[in-house]
Design a protein. Structure first.
Length: 420
């Protein structure tokens, strides 16, 4: 069946006749409704009714759930040509970012956590309604050491300024505890909601081997300390098992990628209450399309080697009870094809309901919005999506979520309506 929308000017919205999954439970509830007042959920559950004037949406028996959250997104990178991105005109870069953010809503992602490059300018544009995008949590430029994975200069490139400094679109290089402290404080001055640092090498740049540790313990500790002062946290790019253990020892809250985590380390992560955010889409995309994306041959070789172990790492974390978030870590037009595919890839090693929790209530906890986002319950914000399909039994409905997601609501306001 298809949802039918009856529009009125009422401040009350009632979604009814849905199969409702609340972001927390094991099962969905049949013949359920959600009553919304303003931007907040007032009631949710079976047989919710309202007799007064309201904007009524007949969900036609479709699957209603919290809006998706992508906890590892890059809004300010229009392609995998990071060197070229650093030299792109700011106005053109902002236009690309607007397209990517709007596209996320098309695919049912009502909230994103940027993982480097997203900044206060994009946040202000979203708040002003100049960009039609999702809720936006951002770190500003991610922090790397000189010559680290986030240093996007080409090998052997001359230092034109004579200062050795690097500050690009996605990342900035800092060296030593004092530079780290100042950079983190500057991020929070500009409204950052969290801090992103690099703890290992990666696959998409050439300057740092994958296994290379980044930053000293003192530098990392400064970032964690300054984030804690703000009631915030540090997310760390980290592929290696050794790096994951450093994250735990130094107080890093979320481990991004975690591709090589071993079972013993996974148990330590679970005990510490830290989070891991796997990013399977990025590995798949680079392994299959490195040349087309303009990446060096070494990137394809590295990512293929990592991919062989990534699913094992996810399985080890899930078995140990680690809270697994979900993020795609894609750049540019790749979002348009594969952002929702991240859920399907995770479904290779986890039950669909666990994947859905990762993309909703667990990601909400990661971004410090537990109880407000990622669940359908009284007092939560009314961020909802209506899906043509049954993701609790077939997670593949998200492969082309632009088609399967029929209705997107953010803060009680319908933002996408593809019902018939």
């Amino acid at each position: 069946m298809s949802a039918q929308v009856e529009a009125t000017d009422a401040s009350i919205t009632l979604l009814h006749n849905s199969r409702l999954w609340d972001g927390l439970s094991d099962e969905a509830v049949e013949n359920a409704g959600v009553l919304i007042e303003g931007e907040m959920i007032r009631e949710a559950g079976p047989d919710v009714t309202y007799t007064g004037e309201a904007h009524r949406i007949d969900c036609g028996g479709l699957f209603l759930m919290p809006g998706l959250i992508d906890a590892h997104y890059h809004a300010n990178t229009p392609s995998y040509d990071f060197y070229g991105t650093d030299r792109m005109h700011p106005a053109l870069l902002a236009s690309h970012a607007g397209r990517l953010l709007s596209g996320a809503v098309d695919r049912g992602f009502t909230t994103i956590r940027d993982a480097g490059g997203g900044d206060i300018g994009l946040a202000q544009s979203l708040d002003a309604g100049l960009i039609d995008g999702p809720r936006f949590f951002y770190p500003g430029k991610a922090l790397t050491q000189t010559g680290g994975h986030g240093d996007m200069r080409r090998r052997g490139e001359p230092d034109l300024c004579g200062c050795g400094a690097y500050s690009g679109v996605i990342c900035e290089a800092v060296d030593g505890p004092d530079e780290m402290r100042k950079a983190v404080r500057q991020r929070f001055r500009q409204g950052a909601t969290h801090i992103k640092i690099f703890l290992s090498g990666g696959v998409s740049t050439e300057l740092a081997p994958l296994e290379m540790p980044h930053f000293t313990d003192a530098e990392i500790s400064v970032a964690v300390e300054e984030a804690a002062r703000r009631g915030s946290y540090v997310m760390a790019h980290c592929h290696t098992d050794e790096g994951a253990r450093r994250c735990l020892a130094l107080g890093v809250r979320t481990i991004e990628h975690g591709s090589l985590i071993e079972p013993e380390t996974a148990a330590m992560i679970a005990k510490a209450g830290a989070f891991v955010v796997p990013t399977l889409s990025a590995g798949e995309l680079i392994a299959e399309n490195a040349v087309a994306l303009g990446l060096p041959t070494s990137s394809a070789e590295k990512v293929r080697a990592v991919n062989l172990r990534t699913l094992e790492a996810v399985e080890a974390c899930a078995k140990a009870g680690v809270k697994l978030g979900l993020g795609c870590d894609l750049h540019g037009d790749a979002f348009l094809r594969t952002q929702g595919r991240e859920l399907f890839l995770r479904g290779q090693v986890q039950p669909p309901v666990d994947v859905l929790r990762s993309a909703t209530s667990i990601n909400a906890e990661i971004i410090q919005q537990a109880g407000k986002l990622g669940q359908v319950s009284p007092g939560a914000l009314a961020d909802l999506i209506l899906i043509d399909g049954d993701p609790l039994n077939d997670i593949s409905v998200f492969i082309d979520s632009k088609e399967s997601v029929r209705l997107v609501m953010i803060g009680g306001r319908v933002r996408r309506n593809r019902v018939e």
